[in-house]
Design a protein around this ligand. Structure first.
Ligand code: NAP
Ligand code: ZN
Ligand code: ZN
Length: 349
């Protein structure tokens, strides 16, 4: 087995702290990756604090991973030592069910293997995420980082980027469509950039008046302060698609009323507690309320290539791993523009 170092939570209430743990040896189809940067997703915080009630401790979060290949198994044809690669939210799936065969591994009938919080398929025990020195992943779940991309700001594309790209594509964001993005955090700022790049008329909904100018710079034609009823009412029945990235419980009803007849509201934010839903706005206009989870491996590669071609990456604040607990507190206060990216060289500093 390989020995790794990283940062882990030991319980829902303890700060993340250094840990040494094992990963499987490099198998025939495996790629070993030295982790260079790892984005900090709000899911990492939900997971470290067991807000989704499935965390096994010690818990090593991190699923926006960029690194360099340091070794490959005998059967690996896709990657070579020295190349820059990425790993997102999944490291395996059954590969034979209808969802996997369609390239929708995230919806695998047997459940995908999460980069953290899953069950390690070879040595058992929990999978450990990217707040660590290295990772071993089957080549089929490794992404190619297009040449020239900035590594620290590309890391967040592996979760935040694909989580918005997939529903934008699926529900047809593009010219002639009006798309709303709720929340300007890690996911939301990628949503604004990607929706705009796809050619949709893009509107940002935010609770933070201080983010209006940034929202416009990132690609929103209009920015609506969601607590201002008059600003909201100005958009009644006008949206084809609204994507909700909010990490906390909040009232969705005002947004349903902004959808056109048969428009769709997609939930990607995953708050700890159930959301109350008023059904009449859905019934009255045959509106849809849907969910979406990350994206498949081929679609994630497509998203990386789309972003490389248009010079799109995340806006990041680079931090050493030792600042991770402070970063979590700041993320809870929406005090980050707009994603933390951990410089993993700090692990050995
Ligand atoms: P984040 O960076 O913390 O951003 C969340 C944003 O939501 C904040 O910046 C804030 O935007 C808004 N917000 C926060 N609290 C709010 C409240 N009480 N009421 C209204 N708005 C509030 O988080 P993230 O990393 O983007 O993740 C967002 C959520 O998506 C998390 O729950 C995460 O677990 C989930 N997620 C889901 C998937 C998936 O596949 N479905 C993938 C990744 C993450 P404003 O200041 O602009 O209002
Ligand atoms: Zn994530
Ligand atoms: Zn499957």
């Amino acid at each position: 087995m390989l020995t790794c170092t990283g940062f882990a939570a030991a319980s829902p209430t303890t700060p993340l702290a250094p840990i040494t743990f094992n990963r499987r040896d490099v198998g025939a189809d495996d790629v070993q990756i030295e982790i260079l940067y790892c984005g900090v997703c709000h899911s990492d915080l939900h997971f470290a604090r067991d807000e989704w009630h499935f965390t096994v401790y010690p818990a090593v979060p991190g699923h926006e991973i960029i690194g360099r290949v340091t070794s490959v198994g005998a059967g690996v044809s896709k990657y070579k030592v020295g190349e820059y690669v990425g790993v997102g939210c999944m490291v395996d799936s059954c590969r034979t069910c209808p969802s996997c065969v369609e390239g929708l591994e995230q919806y695998c009938d047997k459940g995908n293997v999460g980069t953290y919080g899953g069950t390690e398929p070879v040595i058992g025990g929990p999978t450990f995420g990217g707040y660590s020195s290295s990772i071993v992943v089957d080549q089929s779940f490794v992404l190619r980082i297009p040449e020239g991309m900035d590594l620290a700001s590309t890391a967040p594309l592996l979760c935040a980027g694909i989580t918005l790209y997939s529903p934008l594509k699926h529900w047809g964001a593009g010219p002639g469509k009006k798309v709303g993005i709720i929340g300007l955090g890690g996911l939301g700022h990628m949503g604004v950039k990607l929706s705009h790049a796809m050619g949709a008329q893009t509107v940002l909904f935010t609770t933070s008046p201080g983010k209006v100018e940034d929202g416009k710079k990132l690609g929103a034609e209009q920015v609506v302060i969601s607590k201002d009823a008059a600003q909201m009412a100005a958009h009644t029945e006008s949206f084809d698609l609204i994507i909700d990235t909010v990490s906390a419980s909040h009232d969705l009803t005002p947004y349903f009323n902004l959808l056109k007849r048969e428009g769709t509201m997609v939930q990607v934010g995953a708050p700890e507690h159930p959301l109350p839903i008023a059904v009449f706005p859905l019934i009255m206009k045959r509106r849809n309320f849907a969910g979406s989870m990350i994206g498949g491996i081929a679609e994630t590669q497509e998203m990386l290539d789309f972003c490389a071609a248009r010079n799109i990456t995340a806006d990041v604040e680079i931090i050493p791993i030792q600042k991770i607990n402070e970063a979590y507190e700041r993320m809870l206060k929406s005090d980050v523009k707009y994603r933390f990216s951990i410089d993993m060289a700090s692990l050995t500093a």
